[in-house]
Design a protein around this ligand. Structure first.
Ligand SMILES: [Zn+2]
Length: 201
């Protein structure tokens, strides 16, 4: 009697999306998942959009001491070029990549990789922030995190821009954005229209 062969499990990949507004903990959740994979000795790499390409290569170091290689990349196709043999791939600030990111994530998942993407689902006017809607459509797993409304303390899923700038991409965190609930969010109200914070993007 022959020994039965172990059940063959095809090495399939998938896409996970972690989304929500500013201050909802998307990056924290992304890093948490990547660190878990790293503890299991899986090869992990993280990509973020290169706002400043002077830093060619950096690392994400967590408070538990896990070190994850992190590459700033200019385009989504650079992700494929630099992914190497990594089994688990993280992409942060995915809303700053173009529609090409969807094809890249699909190809990586088709090729057997686990792809974890974090990004804002809405822009400061509450509009779906491409390519996040497309990524949400093709992902196997979706997590939408809520923040806490900085006005009323309720559950928040909107990013309130505090400075009068109309471009879609305006980098910043505190003093530039607040997490707000549906009732407290007003995209046409700015705290300080005379504000002179430096503009990026
Ligand atoms: Zn509120």
């Amino acid at each position: 009697m022959s020994t039965p062969k172990p059940h063959h499990v095809p090495s399939t990949g998938w896409i996970e999306v972690v989304t929500g507004c500013m201050f909802s903990g998307k990056t924290e959740e992304l890093i948490r998942r990547l660190v878990r994979a790293s503890i299991a000795k899986q090869q992990v790499v993280v990509f973020k959009p290169a706002v400043d390409v002077r830093y060619a290569e950096t690392e994400v170091v967590t408070h538990t001491g896990a070190r994850l290689p992190c590459f700033p990349v200019a385009t989504a196709s650079d992700i494929e070029a630099k992914v190497g043999d990594a089994k688990v791939i993280g992409v942060d600030e995915a809303q700053f990549f173009g529609p090409e990111l969807v094809e890249v994530c699909n190809r990586l998942a088709d090729g057997g990789r686990r792809v974890i993407v974090a990004g804002l689902d809405q822009d400061f006017l509450g509009r779906p922030f491409e390519p996040m809607p497309q990524l949400l459509a093709v992902a196997e797993y979706i997590t939408k995190n809520l923040a806490i409304c900085m006005v009323c303390g309720g559950p928040a899923d909107r990013s309130q821009r505090l400075v009068a700038r109309d471009q879609r991409v305006l980098l910043g965190s505190e003093h530039v954005y607040e997490a707000r609930c549906r009732a407290c969010w007003n995209p046409h109200h700015f705290d300080d229209p005379q504000d002179t914070l430096p503009i990026s993007g």
